[in-house]
Design a protein around this ligand. Structure first.
Ligand code: GBH
Length: 433
C-alpha cells in the first residue's frame, strides 16, 4: 500500500515571495511593492527576497538535486502587464527561460497565474472592486499561455481567492490593506468572472492539452471518532456556510458545483454568477495547513500542537479534507501547498529541523491513507521549496526545505530537505520509519 506510481512529488513557491528584481526588465510595481510603512513586520519588503530572478538556474539545479517531479511557481503579473493593455515581452522571456531550464532538468512545470501580486496601476484602477479587472486578466492570460503552453501543461488560475480578497479588502491584513466588509459580494463576484475568463482563455489558446485547476485554501474538521455520526457531523461543519466567507463552500460550491451560497444572512453568490462563471476544472488543488476548529462547539479546544503562527498542526486534517472534498466534488486532487514554518537556525552549516520532518511524516502518512482508499490524489507539493518572504510576516517564519541566508543568498539543504529527497526517491516508503 502506498502512493500511486508516477505520483507528482513537488515543491511550491510564488513570484513575489522569491524573485526580487522588483523593478527590472520592465516590471511595474505590484501592490506588494507599495506596502505602506508599518504593514509588514520589521518593515521588511520583497525587493530582493531570494533573488531568484537572477539565481534561477542555480535554483533549478537545487530542485533537481532534491529530485522533485513537479515545480509549482507563479508568474508575476507585474512583469507581464506594465500598464493598461501593454504586454512586456522581457517579462515573458524570464518565465520562458525558467520553463526551459526545468524541462532540461526533467522537472514538470506547474504555473499559477495569480498569486496575490496585482500590478499597482490595476489596483488604482479599482483592483478587485472593479469589473474591468476581468478584461486585464484575459489579456494577461492570453500572453502567458501563448508564450508557455507549448511546454506547460499544468495551470492553476488563482491561488487562494479567500486570502487575497478577504485578507486584502475585508480584514486589511494583506495588500492593498483595505478593511471593508461591504465589499464581500462585489469582489467575490469580480473574482468569479475573472476566474472563468482565465480558464476559458487557457483552453482557447493552449497549444498542448491543458490540465486546469485552482488552488483553494481549505480545511476540514477532524471527526471526534470514526463513528458514522461523528463523521457526518464533521462533514457538515466542513461544508456549512456558517463559517462564513472563510468556510470552504463560499468559493468551492459556485466554482465546482454551480451552487449559490449565502453567508451571514446577507452576502450571497447569486445563481446568475454561478451560471455565467461555471467552467469545469480538470482537478482541484488544495492548500492545507490546519484543520477547522469545530465552531459549533462552545468549548475552545486547546491544540495539541501548533506552529509559530498559531495554526494547529494535525495531519488528520489533511486526510479528512481530501476525503470530504473528493466525496463532494468528485475530481482528482493535487495538494498544492502544505508545510511548516520554523525559526530555523544555521549551526555549522546545517539546519536540524526535526520538527518539520515529524510534520511531514504526520501529514504524508495521512495522505497515504487517502491514496490507499483509492481517492485520486495525484501529487503533493510542499510549501515551500526555500525560505522566502512570508507576506506581512516578513522573513522570520521559514517554511523552506532549503535554508536561505538572506545576507549572501547562500542556500543550504535542511535536514528536512534530505528527508523529503528520500520520500521522493522511495515514493514515500520512508515516512513511517
Ligand atoms: C499560503 O497561504 C500562501 O499561498 C503562501 O503564499 C504562503 O506563504 C503560505 O500559505 C504560508 O503562509 O489561524 O489556525 O485558522 C496560507 C493561508 C490561511 C493558512 C489561513 C492558515 C489559518 C490557520 N492561510 N490559515 S488558523
Amino acid at each position: 500500500m502506498s502512493f500511486p506510481k508516477n505520483f507528482l512529488w513537488g515543491v511550491s513557491t510564488s513570484a513575489t515571495q522569491i524573485e526580487g528584481a522588483y523593478d527590472e526588465d520592465g516590471k511595474c510595481l505590484s501592490i506588494w511593492d507599495c506596502v505602506p510603512k508599518g504593514k509588514v513586520k520589521n518593515n521588511e519588503d520583497a525587493k530582493v527576497a531570494c533573488d531568484h530572478y537572477h539565481l534561477y538556474k542555480k535554483d533549478v539545479a537545487l530542485l533537481k538535486e532534491l529530485g522533485v517531479k513537479v515545480y509549482r511557481f507563479s508568474i508575476a503579473m507585474s512583469r507581464i502587464m506594465p500598464l493598461n493593455e501593454e504586454v512586456n515581452e522581457k517579462g515573458l522571456e524570464f518565465y520562458s527561460k525558467l520553463v526551459d531550464e526545468l524541462l532540461a532538468n526533467g522537472i514538470t512545470p506547474m504555473v499559477t497565474l495569480y498569486h496575490w501580486d496585482l500590478p499597482f496601476w490595476l489596483e488604482e484602477n479599482g483592483g478587485w472592486r472593479s469589473k474591468s479587472i476581468v478584461k486585464y486578466f484575459e489579456i494577461y492570460t492570453r500572453a502567458v499561455v501563448e508564450k508557455l503552453s507549448d511546454r506547460v501543461q499544468y495551470w492553476l488560475s488563482f491561488n487562494e481567492p479567500a486570502c487575497f480578497l478577504f485578507n486584502g479588502y475585508v480584514q486589511g491584513e494583506h495588500a492593498p490593506f483595505i478593511k471593508n466588509p461591504l465589499l464581500i459580494s462585489k469582489i467575490s463576484r469580480n473574482f468569479f468572472y475573472a476566474n472563468a475568463a482565465v480558464i476559458r482563455t487557457i483552453r482557447k489558446y493552449a497549444k498542448t492539452k491543458p490540465e486546469v485547476g485552482l488552488s483553494f485554501n481549505c480545511s476540514a474538521m477532524v471527526p471526534l471518532s470514526e463513528s458514522k455520526e461523528d463523521i457526518e457531523k464533521a462533514r457538515k461543519v466542513t461544508f456549512e456556510s456558517k463559517g462564513g466567507i472563510l468556510a470552504n463552500t463560499w468559493f468551492l460550491d459556485p466554482v465546482l458545483k454551480k451552487n449559490t451560497v449565502k453567508v451571514y444572512g446577507i452576502y450571497k453568490v447569486t445563481q446568475k454568477t454561478c451560471d455565467e462563471c461555471y467552467e469545469p476544472l480538470d482537478f482541484i488543488a488544495l492548500n492545507n495547513y490546519s484543520p477547522f476548529a469545530d465552531y459549533t462547539s462552545k468549548e475552545k479546544k486547546e491544540y495539541e500542537r501548533s506552529n509559530m503562527l498559531g495554526w494547529e498542526n494535525n495531519g488528520k486534517g489533511l486526510y479528512w479534507l481530501v476525503r470530504f472534498i473528493y466525496e463532494r466534488y468528485k475530481l482528482p486532487i493535487f495538494i498544492s501547498e502544505n508545510g511548516l514554518p520554523l525559526d530555523d537556525k544555521l549551526v555549522d552549516k546545517k539546519v536540524h529541523d526535526e520538527e518539520r520532518i515529524r510534520y511531514l511524516k504526520d501529514y504524508l502518512s495521512n495522505l497515504e491513507r487517502a491514496c490507499d482508499e483509492n481517492i485520486p490524489v495525484f501529487g503533493y507539493s510542499y510549501w515551500s521549496f526555500m525560505d522566502n518572504f512570508e507576506w506581512a510576516e516578513g522573513y522570520k517564519p521559514r517554511f523552506g526545505l532549503i535554508y536561505v541566508n538572506f545576507e549572501n543568498q547562500e542556500r543550504i539543504f535542511k535536514d528536512s530537505a534530505y528527508f523529503y529527497k528520500e520520500v521522493i526517491a522511495t515514493n514515500g516508503k520512508n515516512i513511517k520509519e
